[in-house]
Design a binder for this molecule. Structure first.
Ligand SMILES: Cc1cc2nc3c(=O)[nH]c(=O)nc-3n(C[C@H](O)[C@H](O)[C@H](O)COP(=O)(O)OP(=O)(O)OC[C@H]3O[C@@H](n4cnc5c(N)ncnc54)[C@H](O)[C@@H]3O)c2cc1C
Ligand code: FES
Length: 248
């Protein structure tokens, strides 16, 4: 996609959904990212100790803004959570490739893997499964409304267990298994989903979360060895890969 921009832009709105999840809406010109693509975000006027641009997936767009759904993980995301409307932020993107289209896919998210698959469901369609450690804090927020099946590690949802356990249960119950599944979440979750879907002969495409410095294929800090023995950058060759390129 050739519409990449590097914009010094302004925060339009920040909305807390819980003590750690928030929506950050940034003013933009019209850009058309596809579900799975991401931006590198960098706060322009940060004056503390070293802070790097961070990759954040697109959650939503309008013709005047782009919205990111972020969970505070460390210093940079905490800094983003404190930004106020009008503050300057540099955004570079859309970067990376995007999820393939399947007919009636299942979409599987773990934690901060939710934004790109939720965006996919709103842009196209699909049945969305999402796993969280708990949804107590998110119960009254709109972000749960687009999710069809939720799993949690505590008793705050109807299904206690991992999202992969939930997908496995639904695959056993269904008479119409999906032609393809796309997923984003922690590495361990994606690997265990890959192992499950191998048994069911269902293609899986995963969006990998790697540590990134440049986000554009220059530093090779995010490179990994594929099952075919070649090195690929998560940022510029991905972040979306067929799972059989990542695991045997
Ligand atoms: C393509 C891509 C899209 C992403 N989209 C989103 C998004 O939409 N919303 C969102 O909240 N986050 C997203 N992330 C994750 C986000 O970039 C990291 O959480 C971010 O680096 C945290 O920065 P920080 O400085 O706040 O924390 P850091 O100080 O960088 O890290 C805090 C903790 O998280 C761990 N960590 C950081 N990054 C990763 C990672 N990628 N994988 C595993 N562990 C990690 C660190 O080891 C540390 O324990 C995405 C990551 C990638 C690669
Ligand atoms: S982060 Fe630099 S090559 Fe991927």
């Amino acid at each position: 996609m050739k519409n990449r921009v590097s914009l010094l832009s302004r925060v339009v709105r920040k909305t807390f959904l819980s003590s750690s999840w928030f929506l950050l809406e940034i003013q933009t010109t019209e850009i058309c990212p596809a579900p799975g693509q991401f931006f590198m975000l960098f706060p322009e006027n940060y004056s503390g100790s070293a802070i790097l641009p961070r990759p954040i997936s697109v959650y939503n767009t309008t013709d005047k803004s782009i919205t990111f759904l972020i969970q505070v993980a460390g210093n940079t995301t905490r800094y983003f959570s404190k930004m106020l409307p009008g503050e300057l932020i540099r955004i570079t993107g859309p970067l990376g490739n995007y999820f393939p289209r399947f007919e009636n896919p299942w979409l599987v998210a773990g934690g901060v893997g939710l934004p790109p698959v939720d965006f996919y469901k709103r842009r196209y369609s699909g049945t969305l499964f999402a796993g969280f450690s708990s949804v107590n804090e998110l119960k009254h927020s709109d972000i749960l409304q687009n999710i069809d099946y939720i799993s949690t590690m505590d008793s705050s949802s109807d299904f206690k267990g991992t999202v992969v356990d939930l997908v496995e249960m639904k695959l056993i119950e269904t008479t119409t298994p999906p032609c393809g599944i796309i997923a984003c979440g922690p590495h361990g979750m994606l690997h265990s989903l890959h192992r499950l879907l191998l048994k069911h002969h269902i293609p899986l495409h995963v969006s990998l979360e790697g540590q990134m410095a440049c986000g554009t294929g220059v530093c090779h800090g995010c490179a990994f060895k594929t099952t075919l023995g070649k090195y690929k950058n998560i940022c510029s060759n991905g972040p979306v890969f067929p799972s059989n390129e990542v695991w045997k």
